[in-house]
Design a protein around this ligand. Structure first.
Ligand code: SAH
Length: 218
């Protein structure tokens, strides 16, 4: 897209490579999706810095490194169905749409869901469904998923999310307290309902609310 921001996107790609992102499809998606359209106009000049930014309704668009890392951890090949919990700005949703076959993204704040939908419609990304509701229980109607990304801090691993993964499916979720979490990779075992758990990075996300999230704050 020749929109005057290509140079900034390339610099962001270089920053992410330096920080250890190697998946070429993920880097291509970052080089393509216009992140400045997903942040408030007054913050556009910061859109390609590797930082989280406020997006209204007390929420944030996550740091590009963490978003790229989460996408990379799903090991997508272009053929998967992916569930994202916490659409927020819709930027990560847009990245995912370039990496898999279809993305279902759940957001509990209706204004954010509408805003994300609007930008995604403008960009004509065809394989995205934005859903309004509580994603702490996953989204059963469209399950199972090959991959799930939770973009909000969870007090524990919500069991329904594991149940909504295909055998061998991968789930990336920040688990911990409201203040600090560990980005965690859950891989469902090929048989039965067991799973393996790997700690990835220390992170700080806004809280997951809803039935299996943190209480209150509504
Ligand atoms: N990936 C987003 C990050 C948004 S921050 C981006 O790139 O912009 C996390 C989002 O999770 C917030 O928008 C918040 O409203 C949403 N959220 C919190 N709890 C939720 C729940 N139970 N179900 C769905 N969305 C939730």
């Amino acid at each position: 897209m020749s929109d005057g921001f290509q140079g900034y996107r390339s610099q962001l790609v270089e920053t992410l490579q330096r920080k250890g992102i190697h998946d070429m499809a993920v880097l291509r998606a970052v080089a393509t999706i216009p992140r400045h359209l997903f942040v408030p106009e007054s913050l556009r000049h910061q859109a390609y810095q590797d930082v989280a930014l406020p997006i209204g309704s007390g929420q944030t668009i996550s740091q590009p490194y963490v978003q790229a890392r989460s996408c990379e951890l799903l090991r997508l090949t272009g053929r998967e169905r992916v569930l994202e919990i916490g659409t927020g700005s819709g930027y990560q949703t847009a990245l995912l749409s370039m990496l898999c076959e279809s993305v279902f993204s759940v957001e509990r704040v209706v204004e954010l869901a509408k805003g994300a939908h609007e930008v995604i419609r403008t960009l004509q990304l065809p394989n995205i469904t934005i859903l309004h509701g509580d994603g702490s229980l996953g989204w059963r109607p469209n399950a199972p998923y090959d991959g799930i990304i939770v973009a909000a801090a969870s007090p524990a691993l919500p069991r329904p999310l594991v149940e909504q993964l295909v055998a061998g499916g991968r789930l990336v979720i920040p688990i911990g307290s409201r203040e600090a979490q560990c980005l965690t990779l859950i891989t469902r075992q090929p048989e039965g309902d067991g799973y393996d758990e790997t700690s990835i990075d220390d992170v700080r996300f806004v809280p997951l609310l809803g039935e299996l999230g943190f209480a209150g704050a509504d």
